[in-house]
Design a binder for this molecule. Sequence first.
Ligand code: GLU
Length: 506
Amino acid sequence: MNKTRVRFAPSPTGPLHMGGVRTALYNYLYAKQHGGDFILRIEDTDSNRFVPGAEQYIIDSLRWCGIYPDEGVDAEGKVVETPSERHPHAPYRQSQRRLIYRQYAERLVASGHAYYAFDTAEELEKARAEAEGNGQTFIYSHLTRGALRNSLTLPEAEVKRLLEERTDWTVRFLMPAGRVVEMDDLIRGHISVDTATLDDKVLWKRADELPTYHLANIVDDHLMEITEVIRGEEWLPSLPLHYLLYEAFGWQDSQPRFAHLPLLLKPVGNGKLSKRDGDKLGFPVFPLRWTSPTGEVSRGYREDGYFPEAFVNLLAMLGWNPGTEQEIFSLGELVQAFSLDKVGKAGAKFNPDKAKWFNREYLRMHADAELASLFLPILKEKGIDAAPAYVEGVVSLIKERATFVQDFWDIASYLFVAPTAFVSKDVDKFYKPEIYAMALEAMEASDADTLEAYVREHEMPMGKVMNCIRLALSGAASGLGISDILHFIGHDEGLRRLRFLKEKLG
Ligand code: GLU
């Protein structure tokens, strides 16, 4: 059996959407589970849609997730440009492989599976408008090609002349009429499609001497010895053409198997999760923050405070299920457990609350020392120079209440700085002269361990007194336990804060 070789083949047309990262992840898991190779190929033949920075963004995103290609533009964290023994298939950027594709386009013309088309953009526009006038849609196909300007309709000498004189011709696939293409998908099962409705897709363009997606994709999957193509559902309509291209080249025997992954859906409704949804609905759809060439900024999971392990885990569960109740998987465990037959056909609804749940789980699994080392720079930024051991203690006390490391500050800022503002509804409720007097008496006469007992023994109203003290310590009547706070800040500081409450509020 051939070694498993799969590829992730993004087009650098913008930042990678979380659905794209999921496709990369599933490919990676599949490759590793089968002891195979995961290849990263950049499909950048559409120069009109090229976005500067997008390729680097793709590389950075996969690295953040811990997904390192064995081969590809970024193999094992190093950019590979030239073929070598280790990277026989380089280059992996299609724009650097342009010379390869023309010969394959010509090969299809020679074998009668493709033809030259000379129709100008204006001529095609006219044909489109005419069809629309008759209430139809124009497609370049067996129905129309006989009346258009191409090597099937023009005399040979004319074709020769046009090929030399003009620089705007294309090579089109001759989509056979009256065929039913029988296909198999590892997720969707058997599919058959009648070619009657399919068009003669452009495969290669003289104008930029570049292939279109379809030709480049099939040629490269063949040359790179890809065994399985795992990609998004949006490519399913292209599958008949891809089958026919393999057939036209005579590569059926080594044709890869296909798996089309379900769409990611919006949290509500049945719409596809789009690149714009994140900013609209208040959650990230991109792995990393992205600044577009025009300066627009989109939030990223990394910058929102997600652990890459949590992001990988939550992505894995969007469309795949292990068939058990287990939800938390490391990347290594996913490699073991993943299988395409547990990937659903139906779209996977993205749930932002569940995404946060995953991060909370991972936050709790992190060691206190590690969390403290992530929290220390945040403290430093706020001008707080706290001892690591103290921060570790704080983290251990509060980690159960946090979703992200940056929540630590909101939960426990008063373990580092005294509050200077007090929640007014708590002030109205608990800052009363007689209660304050009792609170002060109790604090002066006890320490962190004996405070509560003192309040009880002297028959003071427990709730009110404690909340008055808590208000002084933390700025609000809710939050961490009083004895916990006092253990951290010290009893003297507690007393100072209680006195400050009166100074401040009178
Ligand atoms: N370049 C295509 C994309 O951007 C690749 C599709 C495929 O995997 O065949 O998604």
